[in-house]
Design a protein around this ligand. Sequence first.
Ligand SMILES: [Zn+2]
Length: 312
Amino acid sequence: MRTLWLVSALAGWAGLPVVEALAQARPPIIDVHMHAHHAPFDLPGGAPGPCRPSPCQPQGRATATAAESFQKTMEAMDRYNIVKGFLSGADLDLVQQWAAQAPGRFIASPWVMEAGKPALDSLRRGYTAGRWGGMGEIAGPLTGLAPNDPALAPYFALAAEFDVPVSIHTAGIGPPLPGFRAAAGSPLLLEDVLVRHPNLRVFVENAGYPYLDEMIAMMYQYPNLYGDLSTMTWVIPRSAFHTYLKALIQAGLGKRLMFGSDQMRWPEMIGKAIEAIETADFLTAEQKRDIFYNNAVRFLRLGSASAGRRER
Ligand SMILES: [Zn+2]
């Protein structure tokens, strides 16, 4: 509170808007799991966000339009000093549009949910032209497609060829789609991919939740495998998130976990996601900085100077 008062006073004195000054007072954050609006697009504005396990109390109100999603996401990024977001989404044009509207703030990356879509030749053109900086979220388990399915092999090969980081939905939970298969989200199914592409940088949604043992095995064996802490910060009970995170930390994996909000159409959850990590009393201040920023700088190969600068 004292800090808030001081920042407000200094901001007023310097002629800065208070929000701007507050953002500058917060250390930088990198959000490795963001979506440009995102499906389902026909979900009515105001609909609550997902929660697990049922029965549970859903939170939040969905944005109504892509423009509202962009505006509220940018407001949250400014408020919390999120200097960079790894951005994907089912509407690839919209992902490119957001990246163009906020230069330097996003790493644009194509969403892949079905084999052959998006087409590999169009992706290749995008990487060659520098329009895409990552691969995925690869959301294969949402349609029952496991990471080691041959249909996905060309996507991993393309990411390896262009040496871009890969985001993959390898976790036991996901949206209630008819094709979703929890079994397709086992982190062990990534092994063939990581053996074939030992230099490929892959990060797994929700650090493979709830497949803890499998995820630890894979992260011990494959040093380029990281995990994000995204939807689990606000969709599942806070106690379940903290228990899982604590187990990963105790396993010695604190240098390989990265913050993500997976805000989808609930940008207000960006703040909730940050709070879920800030309130983890078993984390040291250094471990929190690693999760919010340092690990992503290393994984995404952002120079800390350029990653910390708010380009506009
Ligand atoms: Zn996602």
